[in-house]
Write a protein that binds this ligand. Sequence first.
Ligand SMILES: Cc1cc2nc3c(=O)[nH]c(=O)nc-3n(C[C@H](O)[C@H](O)[C@H](O)COP(=O)(O)O)c2cc1C
Length: 390
Amino acid sequence: MIFEQSSIRTITLKNKIIRSADESGYPTDKLLMKYEVLAKNEVGCIITGYAGIMQNGKTNYNNMLMIHDDSFIDSYKRITQKIHEYQTPIIIQIAHCGRQTRSKTTGFPTVAPSAIKDKFFNEQTPKELSEAEIYEIIDNFVKAIDRAKKAGFDGVQLHLAHGYLLSEFLSSYTNKRKDNWGGSTKNKFRIISEILIKAKQKVGEFPILVKMNAHDGRKGGMTLTESIEIAKMLEMHGCAGIEVSCGVHEDGLYTSRGNKLPLDALFKYNYTYKNYPSIIKSIAKHLVPVFTKKIKPYENYNVDFAKEIKKNVKIPVIVVGGIKSIDSIISIISENKADFVSMCRPFIIEPNIVKKFKEGTQTKSKCINCNYCLIAMEEITLKCFHGKLN
Ligand SMILES: Cc1cc2nc3c(=O)[nH]c(=O)nc-3n(C[C@H](O)[C@H](O)[C@H](O)COP(=O)(O)O)c2cc1C
């Protein structure tokens, strides 16, 4: 059941285990090799790390993929052609980072639905988007979808999760607009419906999936009741599938959970914290863990939410978040809580994890959720630290 071929619209997946997005760098030979290792090792489908649709929506992460002009089409074509040699589908995730970036990276002021400062990036208050700027963003999403199709991707995934721009529109925590783009769920969803309607006119039935938050843990933010409404709207607008996640950057460990704060990594790699005096760093290492509430559970934390969303739509539901073992995967799929599972960190430490599960040589990921990979990404190419900084 897990290792059988199945499909999402025109996309034939090798099995039900998907590589969820991670940051990967420019479409270079190195990236190609990384995806090739995943493809050779039986991954059901690859979802790339997010590719920026506009320069002012680029993330501060080292090597963020971009797809903001036509010159990218050919370099992505090399990737899709190679991965297709392994009969593995590949979907590109596209995003605008909204306020979750730094203007030193983008070269532009940060933008958001409303002028509310992000506490993690703590950089500057983002500029509230004008209606003309919203239409410019819609247009750029549609162009990026068209480029993805031309580059040979099997589909595209809109990033509506984790506090990036489209998720900022969906959540009342970040969207306080009083015009047509805020207030009711329908208004908050408008930017996404415009993208889906206009993209369909341009790319026809090319599969457009989304990754969305079922909830974001923010006061006044996204709740399951509203995310179910949004899932129904997505289905109505022809969305091909929904990957269910949670959280925003201000509380990154809500999305990628672990039982220990990655303070060492923050003090070494984070733009703000690395410059703290060493005395502050050593005091913080003792005190911060004591006063920080642990976000639990650490495993399978979006499954119950995905199950509720799945009850309300007919399109495929993918669930991500702390899925680590073949036993969990079997129970999620066989109990009909989701149609597919996706994993991110388990593939960083073991790109051949699906093969190991399939051959029965290993039943659980070796990932220890240290999250150093996530923090260090701001400065270096993605790698697994397995809890050791050096
Ligand atoms: C290093 C790293 C990079 C990530 N990059 C992305 C990304 O580009 N797009 C995205 O939607 N999620 C990204 N995520 C979140 C993961 O896709 C996933 O939702 C989250 O880590 C929970 O799944 P996991 O427990 O299988 O890691 C990233 C997570 C990590 C650890």
